[in-house]
Write a protein that binds this ligand. Sequence first.
Ligand code: COA
Length: 251
Amino acid sequence: MSACDHVKVSINDGVRVIRMDRPEKKNALTIPMYDAIAEALTKANEDPDTRASVLLGVPGAFSAGNDIGEFANMAREGGLGESIIAFLDTLAEAEKPIVAGVDGLAIGVGVTMLFHCDYVVASDRALFKTPFTDLALVPEAASSLLAPRIMGHPKAFELLCIGEAFDAQSFEKAGVINKVTHSDELEPVTMQAASRIAAKPIGAMRMARDLMRKASVEDVKQRIRDEAQSFAQQLQSAEAQAAFAAFFNRK
Ligand code: COA
């Protein structure tokens, strides 16, 4: 159901399950993966039988963030590029609830996409980290707007500017995730949450969610673009080039 081998999409009782599936690279995200996730979320908007979407990774890796190899292409092409902006817009504008189930690593956009989700379950071995400044980059996905809103400035600063790692308990305490469960239970608990949401009257769910989110969609989309400009500038920098080279030469 998806044109990309690394994203598997299935439909289960009104729930569209979108699984990032590139375990050999810890689910580092590539352009075809962004395109496939955006396509699945767009189909969720269009399909009257889809009542919620679920984002999942593989055991031990929700996502290691953007593929660092692709940062070099982006630097050459002058920025994040249309696919990533379209992916982020699709998250911001999603018309139906998005539930995420995080097991293991969530890094970079693997974390910032969660700020757009409506309900997040994490396993007790989940680890959340956004090493933007260590890579000489800046926050993306409107996280500079959404993280302080959800976590408060001090914790958001710790996450986005210092690149501190958060475990599942501290992310739950910070208000980013709803529930922590054992890793064996992660997927069943995530699917139960999605099914519970999907069973609600669809019109009321849509209206209630719109009331909570719609007023800020334009601000979120604007922040996605403002961040993308700074990101593009930093991608060209010598400090970022050095950080990417250090990642690939680390072994
Ligand atoms: N981009 C590209 N490749 C990545 C990647 C990323 N973001 N994250 C992991 N990989 C690749 C590794 O290069 C490695 O590939 P190889 O086997 O061909 O060498 C493979 O995935 C497994 O990763 P490895 O580092 O061996 O596993 P680990 O368990 O020791 O560490 C991470 C996992 C995720 C902690 C580590 O790979 C890492 O720090 N990745 C970068 C995360 C990041 O900075 N993302 C961008 C945020 S903006």
